[in-house]
Design a protein around this ligand. Sequence first.
Ligand code: WTA
Length: 645
Amino acid sequence: MTNAKIYDVKPDIAHNAHINQETYQTLYQRSIDEPGAFWAEQAALFLTWQKPWQTVMDCDYSQGHIRWFEGGKLNVSENCLDRHLADRGDQVAIIWESDNPAHDKKITYRELHQQVCKFANVLKSQGVKKGDCVCIYLPMIAEAAVVMLACTRIGAVHSIVFGGFSAEALKDRILDSNCQYVVCADVGHRGGKTIAIKANVDQAAMACPDLKSVIVIKNGTENVVWHNGRDIWYHEAMQGASDQCPAEAMDAEDPLFILYTSGSTGKPKGILHTTGGYLLYAAMTHKYVFDYHDGDIYWCTADIGWITGHSYMIYGPLCNGATTVMFEGVPTYPEADRFWRIIDKHQVNIFYTAPTAIRALMAQGHEFVTRTERSSLRILGSVGEPINPEAWEWYYHVVGDARCPVVDTWWQTETGGILITPLPGATPLKPGSATLPFFGITPEILDSQGNVLQGEADGVLVLSCSWPGQARSLYGDHQRFIDTYFKSYPGYYFTGDGVRRDEEGYYWITGRVDDVINVSGHRMGTAEIESALVLHQHVAEAAVVGYPHDIKGQGIYAFVSLNVGVQASEELRRELINLVRQEIGAIASLDIIQWTPALPKTRSGKIMRRILRKVASNELDGLGDTSTLADPTVVDAIILHRANQ
Ligand code: WTA
């Protein structure tokens, strides 16, 4: 990597930045040398506490025991709303841009505060109490922010399920987190199409006997099926609700939300984040990574159903008193210039999106970009998957006109916030590298035996010290939390990612080292997809792997073997694709199905995925050692019938 291109820090950006090269080094050193004092200072700087904490941190990775600011009391909605009212009550908190380019809406901090208090009272009137879990299944409408913050106001724990997940996936998540309340919309709008939302809730609800109420936000004009006694219209309930609602005093370690994400085995895991540490980490990283200044218009394109939507569309920006943009639609509707038009329309200064969107828009040609101004832009961000240098350069040169630093931010649902990232005023950039650790973050690279590698190295990425935004547990299964993240390499948090460190200490994330794939920035477990496939009566076995895909980053490649006597057909192929969409959602669309009489297995019956990955990626020269295979001819047959991509 010696020849990697470098873009130096821009003097104008560094001049006005919160953090420059010198302050980065000094503060980083302090955060490592005196973490207790460092984090205590930050917690006092970024958050308003009702009662100070007693202990800054108390962590023991061997037990998965992670505690920050214990004894401290605070409320998230108070930090995101009430404390801003005196100075910026009339400032816009949320700019909501509809799928339809003719519609938008601006909500001030005062208005948001009122709506949040009202909805908090609605929740209370439905019987929601501190500690109860509320499932949120919503499209990207501004009310989503109201609902999230209302939960935090009364100490309810939210579990947001991405609107693109199917009824089946929704049901699993409602049951796993024991949610008795769901907030949904009648429909959603994306790319000019109407998407049924409530119909999925109705279907999921059939298998959720404990569900008490479904609060429905009216977002369309269609009639929806109504269940009297269970369903409640949001607008009707809001009408009579008081706009006075005291903010519940929460312990720093009280649960804030659960968010399901995929792992390499079994069912999706309910990642649990708590109140104080999470909010501090989201707010602090939002301010420094995006060099956010008062008055900036900030836009993160992520959906609220993902961690990026939680930390960098809602909690981080609102905690810092920012104006945050929420977009209901898709980048290509009505045309492939929609992002750039929105940037011009709302004079966006900071823009944060995913490599898959960048690649898809790059494929549409420059003209959609160059017909817009984009002169308001100052900082560009990327998240969700490795960004290939070509897409990075296009983002930097074409979208940002070579004026705006690109911050390639590496993190995970489990980390709560950004861990490895450039800071705009401090870090020279290398396209394709997430660069250097944020304050308090101590990445290490290990070899497969768990030895720490120094200097230039290639291995698995682990973290040795805790940080306030770290997940605290998996909901209802703390042992699985310990086993997944702290067992493989004792003393470290295991990320599941591979990484390379270059001669200047820059980190280059190389992708997952486990059976998790990343399709268009959506994280999926291959095991989940395989479980869906084998539900089909004709399927004997299935193995799913990722393969490089120009736009999606990774595509989904399924090797399927059918029951004896069943003929493969185009119809069966379509049935399997639909089955997976039905079980998981539209984001899990199989790209390739290869029929195979058998899967390559070791003599002990383990599927050799390494080989399947190579075949799917068309790396047929490097199949490695196949001597442990029970039947090596299976591999020859798979190669011979490899699907054309
Ligand atoms: C990948 C998303 C390279 C990584 C915030 C990680 C990245 C997984 C980057 C987490 C990046 C995220 N460069 N890879 N900048 N950002 N990833 O939980 O494999 O949806 O483990 O969180 O996405 O995905 P998750």
